[in-house]
Write a protein that binds this ligand. Structure first.
Ligand SMILES: C[S@@+](CC[C@H](N)C(=O)[O-])C[C@H]1O[C@@H](n2cnc3c(N)ncnc32)[C@H](O)[C@@H]1O
Length: 275
């Protein structure tokens, strides 16, 4: 870095967060909750949930091959560890220092994983440094459109021309809409979430990214948990018959960086439309 600021590296983690600007109160709350629950974070995901999400992401396995990957909100590395063996290098960022520490211990000093403690909505990265950005289950926790736009802008800057952004985010399914469930709320630990429709993702991304694929995945586990030992098989069958639009809980999105000039113009228009 040639900005004149020195940042500390402790336990293999680059500590940008203490020098970042104001962190929104809801984000601070999430940070505290994630630090407390880091050790048990991955136990909240069942084996089949992981399998469905990982398989959607790894569907384009060649996407990750020998690529420089920016991994935003890596948590304890539930998804990172599947991608890392294919990557040339990976920079994994999270708000929770404790989660990063756990990921660091899992991977050890492998030489191709960098860990950064930072708010991903305030990252200032070297332009066009990454082939691909990955972000699983972060977008829904960014508490406002302004933060999401700031986040998308820094991903856009960090990607090379035609770079790809792969992500998953909570989905606002037809069933939830029929049942008049609110698309927004708080988990029991106080963490904010927003469930997205495909249309919302398309509208928020359109200024900077072209959506290549946006599909609901992962049937809501509450619907199949009752089937006990058959739940995993039932989940597989339901993915195949395609009921996720109705009852899916995640959106899998693959998007491509738009050309900078076009993006800047559309970014201004999108920001104005949401102002
Ligand atoms: C549901 S977890 C997902 C973790 C991991 N990507 C996965 O799929 O298992 C959400 C993660 O987002 C991180 N996070 C939330 N807001 C963030 C922000 N503004 N900047 C960086 N990380 C953030 C949290 O600390 C947490 O680790």
């Amino acid at each position: 870095m040639d900005c004149g600021t020195l940042y500390e590296i402790r336990d293999g983690i680059l500590r940008l967060l203490p020098a970042q600007e104001f962190i929104a109160p809801l984000t601070r709350k999430e940070q505290a909750a994630r630090d407390v629950s880091a050790a048990s974070q991955e136990s909240h995901f069942s084996e089949w949930e992981n399998a469905v999400e990982v398989s959607a992401i790894m569907d384009g396995k060649s996407l990750f091959l020998d690529k420089r990957i920016l991994d935003l909100a890596c948590g304890t590395g539930r998804i990172t560890t599947h991608i890392l063996p294919h990557a040339q290098a990976m920079l994994s960022v999270d708000l929770s220092e404790e989660s990063l520490r756990i990921l660091g211990q899992k991977e050890g000093p492998c030489g191709k994983l960098g860990l950064v403690w930072a708010d991903a909505t305030q990252l200032r990265l070297l332009p066009a440094a990454f082939d691909l950005a990955l972000s699983t289950q972060l977008l829904e926790h960014l508490p406002s459109i302004e933060e999401r736009m700031r986040f998308l802008k820094s991903v856009h800057t960090a990607l090379k021309p035609s770079g790809v952004f792969v992500l998953t985010a909570y989905y606002y399914s037809s069933l939830r809409r029929l049942l008049r469930r609110s698309p927004e709320g708080f988990h029991s630990n106080g963490i904010f979430y927003h469930r997205f429709t495909r249309g919302e993702i398309e509208s928020e991304f359109s200024g900077m990214f072209q959506i290549l694929c946006a599909k609901p995945i992962q049937v809501d586990p509450r619907l199949i948990r009752a089937f006990g030992p058959f739940a995993k098989r039932l989940a597989k069958v339901s993915e195949r018959i395609g009921v996720q639009s109705l009852v899916g809980q995640l959106l899998y999105v693959r998007a491509q960086k738009r050309e900078a000039a076009f993006a800047a113009q559309l970014y201004d228009q999108t920001a104005a439309a949401h102002a």
